[in-house]
Design a protein around this ligand. Structure first.
Ligand SMILES: C[S@@+](CC[C@H](N)C(=O)[O-])C[C@H]1O[C@@H](n2cnc3c(N)ncnc32)[C@H](O)[C@@H]1O
Length: 351
């Protein structure tokens, strides 16, 4: 099924991926069937039913190997995947898959932990409850397209309880009237400082903040610390205590590699392993820009397509079963393109 902004192809991911044009997709975002978790239908090509973990990893590896060719040179691959436990032992599926994909030429960039804050406690007597899955991030080459500004987090330190949220009028968003001469004088002191320079001769962080146009008693919009406390103590030469004024990025902090996102309720009453739109949204915003092509070779009910098309990207999905192709198409088609998706990590961006 297809429209201008999306197309869902029924078939085996491995066969279809090999027929897609080389270098077309900026990002491939998917959650493959987990090893021996559930059956989606009766097709022999269904991944996840293999007799051994090795055979399962082989099936996934050939699909993702083929995917590398259809990524743009700056493209990235994102795999949401959980582990399987057999007779008390964790099979280390994500780790073993990562190892194989590195052998296949990918650069392993990050193993993000998706912490499911609404996880259900297990009834096991000797293992901890599984509260996270991995989001494995690979790039085709060492450098890949990345838009961190689209996913920065605001005021995080207040949320973490380290700093209080300051009154609005005490937050300063941008420098005002930086004093170039004073900055040059300070830079000069920095460059000529040595271990014998007395502390009293060094400018304070308030002096430095003021020179750069920040009121030392106002608060940084990113970390909510006062600018006069906004310093790292960096070693300059052999001087131990030189204060360096370091302004946070006013667009926010880099998100961490632990993403706290609740699992999604299933569509209707069906039990189907869908991943949350918020999670996909962070990836789409970070890894692609408008009009880019996004692929999900295990499209399921079409979550990647819903998010990608809502954000103005073009989407191709693949699934083995007709039922999924139809439902994914319907889910994507009914998503209003102006849908106001809720960002998992950063609420303020429109990239
Ligand atoms: C975990 S689900 C994906 C769910 C999806 N992320 C969503 O949000 O709805 C995995 C999907 O892979 C499909 N699948 C299994 N083996 C496949 C294969 N060889 N080729 C294509 N799709 C396959 C299944 O039908 C299932 O829909």
């Amino acid at each position: 099924m297809q429209s201008e902004s999306f197309k869902i192809i029924r078939g085996d991911a491995y066969q279809i991926v090999r027929r897609l044009p080389a270098g077309k997709f900026r990002a491939i975002i998917t959650s493959p069937p987990y090893y021996r978790h559930r059956h989606y239908g009766n097709n022999d090509h269904e991944i996840g039913r293999e007799q051994t973990a090795e055979a399962y990893l082989d099936s996934l590896t050939v699909v993702f190997e083929a995917c590398r060719n259809i990524l743009t040179e700056d493209g990235s691959l994102w795999i949401v995947i959980g582990d399987t436990r057999r007779q008390h032992e964790k099979l280390r599926i994500p780790h073993r898959l990562a190892e194989r994909l590195v052998q296949a030429g990918y650069v392993f960039r990050e193993d993000i932990v998706w912490y499911k804050k609404n996880n259900v406690s297990s009834s096991s007597h000797d293992n901890f409850s599984q509260a996270y899955e991995y989001v494995l991030f690979f790039s085709k080459n060492r450098r890949s397209y990345a838009n961190l500004d689209a996913v920065r987090v605001q005021g995080n330190e207040a949320a973490e309880g380290r700093n209080k949220v300051p009154p609005r009028h005490m937050v300063q968003y941008a420098p005002q009237n930086p004093d170039r001469n004073e900055i040059a004088r300070i830079a000069n002191i920095i460059h000529s400082a040595s271990s014998s320079t007395p502390l009293a001769k060094l400018p304070t962080t308030s002096d430095i903040a003021r020179a750069y146009g920040y009121d030392p008693d106002k608060f940084c919009p990113t970390c909510y610390r006062k600018f006069k406390r906004h310093a790292t103590r960096r070693r300059i030469g052999d001087h131990k205590h030189y204060p360096i004024f370091a302004v946070c990025n006013p667009r926010g902090k880099n998100p961490s590699n632990v993403w706290e996102i609740a699992t999604k309720a299933h569509y209707g009453n069906e039990h189907f392993a869908i991943f949350p739109e918020e999670l996909v949204e962070v990836i789409v915003r970070f890894a692609t820009e408008k009009d880019d092509n996004v692929l999900d070779p295990f499209a399921g009910r079409g979550t990647t397509g819903i998010v990608a098309t809502s954000l103005g990207r073009k989407f191709v999905g693949i699934d083995l079963y007709n039922d999924n192709v139809e439902k994914a198409s319907r889910n994507i088609a009914k998503t209003d393109n102006s849908a106001n998706l809720i960002m998992g990590l950063a609420p303020n961006n429109q990239h």
